[in-house]
Ligand binder design. Structure first.
Ligand code: ADP
Ligand code: MG
Length: 359
């Protein structure tokens, strides 16, 4: 048999394959769009989806906007206003997005419209991308800020469209994502609407408990106790020789955790954040659950909203295109800090009894 020729794939094919890795489902689009809004300094982010996001997704914000002459760049490949070189990544990225590929890849597999008016600009403008075909920039009437609309996701990649689950399942994923950002940003008014009906809306008043009330309801909000841990706190497991570490592996663990009897049957209400970035780090979830000791009923999981601050250089957020899993340089220390933080909070409020000598 003759060896087959090796040929370079055409650009469109490469684009769609790459898009498939970043954009798995409507919730991944929602995630990227919310991150862009937050990076743009928005104080309001309104998300609305139709049919679980499979038919339409719209994210509107009141952030810095995109000037008309930048719209083409915004939807272009590897174009970003957020980093300019690889060194920026080593310094620790502060913005949520940085790959400059979200709008480009979403535009490859949907009908995407980006409409924007920077505050103070006389007029707005919009650009549309259909399955990778970039249209002209047109003037458009719009409020200050940016609105991104994504219709007919995967219309040109039927195989991927077939993998989408029922509307309710896709909406659950969207809800989890929007909830995650709403809780991480209590100072931003975040709202979610599904098929014209409001799911929740936070006030954006800066209070985490008020955000929890908006998304999870009164029963959960009232059952939650404050977590506030720093390495210097009396409860912290200090270094044996008491030396003052300039940069301890964990700077703080803060947030809210629920009463051991306020639980659900899945782990999805254990929301964890590292340096304000929403992550699904199993180490953090396990440490949280360990802190409850044996006081949770079998297969029941508490609510938690936990923010872990570590030195930027100690955490790798660049491990996956969807940027959810993180890798810690000092995982055992992070685990121990989270467990100690949650356990102290529960003990302080008399929600668990001390089972083993601590320290
Ligand atoms: P990244 O976020 O990685 O930079 P994106 O493809 O998500 O890449 O966005 C490309 C660029 O478009 C951003 O760097 C930013 O300059 C601009 N942009 C996207 N969304 C918004 C928004 N909601 N408000 C203001 N600027 C935006
Ligand atoms: Mg982005």
């Amino acid at each position: 048999m003759e060896p087959p020729d090796i040929e370079r794939l055409d650009e469109r094919t490469v684009q769609r394959i790459a898009a498939g890795e970043v954009v798995e489902r409507p919730a991944s689009v929602v995630k990227e769009l919310i991150e862009n809004s937050l990076d743009a300094g928005a104080s309001r982010v309104a998300v609305s989806v139709e049919a679980g996001g499979t038919e339409g997704i719209r994210v509107r914000d009141d952030g810095v906007g995109i000037p008309a002459d930048q719209l083409e760049a915004a939807v272009a490949e590897h174009a970003t206003s957020k980093i300019s070189a690889i060194e920026d990544l080593d310094r620790g990225v502060v913005t949520l997005g940085f790959r400059g590929e979200a709008l480009y890849t979403v535009g490859a597999v949907s009908r995407l419209t980006v409409r924007s008016r920077p505050p103070g600009a006389d007029a707005g403008a919009e650009i549309t991308v259909e399955g990778g075909d970039v249209g002209d920039v047109r003037p458009a009437g719009c409020p200050e800020g940016t609105t991104v609309e994504v219709d007919d996701l995967f219309f040109n990649t039927p195989a991927r469209k077939k993998f989408l689950k029922r509307t309710t399942t896709e909406f659950d994923h969207v809800n989890t994502v929007v909830t995650g950002y709403a809780l991480a940003n209590p100072d931003v008014a975040v709202s979610l609407e599904h098929d014209g009906r409001e799911t929740f809306a936070t006030e954006g008043n800066g209070d985490l408990r008020s955000a929890v009330l908006a998304v999870y309801g009164r029963e959960v909000a009232e059952s939650m106790v404050d977590v506030a841990w720093t390495p210097d706190a009396p409860d912290a497991s200090g270094t044996p020789d008491g030396d003052t570490h300039a940069d301890p592996p964990v700077r703080s663990v803060t947030g809210l955790v629920s009463h051991p009897e306020t639980t659900r049957s899945t782990r999805e209400y254990l929301a964890t954040y590292v340096n304000d970035r929403y992550v699904t780090a199993s180490a953090l979830r396990e440490a949280t659950l360990d802190a409850y000791g044996g006081q949770l009923a079998p297969d029941r999981y508490p609510f938690a909203v936990l923010f872990v601050e570590v030195p930027a250089g100690d955490v790798d957020v660049n491990v996956h295109p969807r940027k959810l899993e993180v890798r810690f340089d000092e995982e055992p220390a992070v685990r121990a800090a989270v467990e100690d933080a949650v356990e102290s909070a529960l003990l302080d409020h008399g929600l668990i009894r001390s089972t083993a000598p601590r320290g």
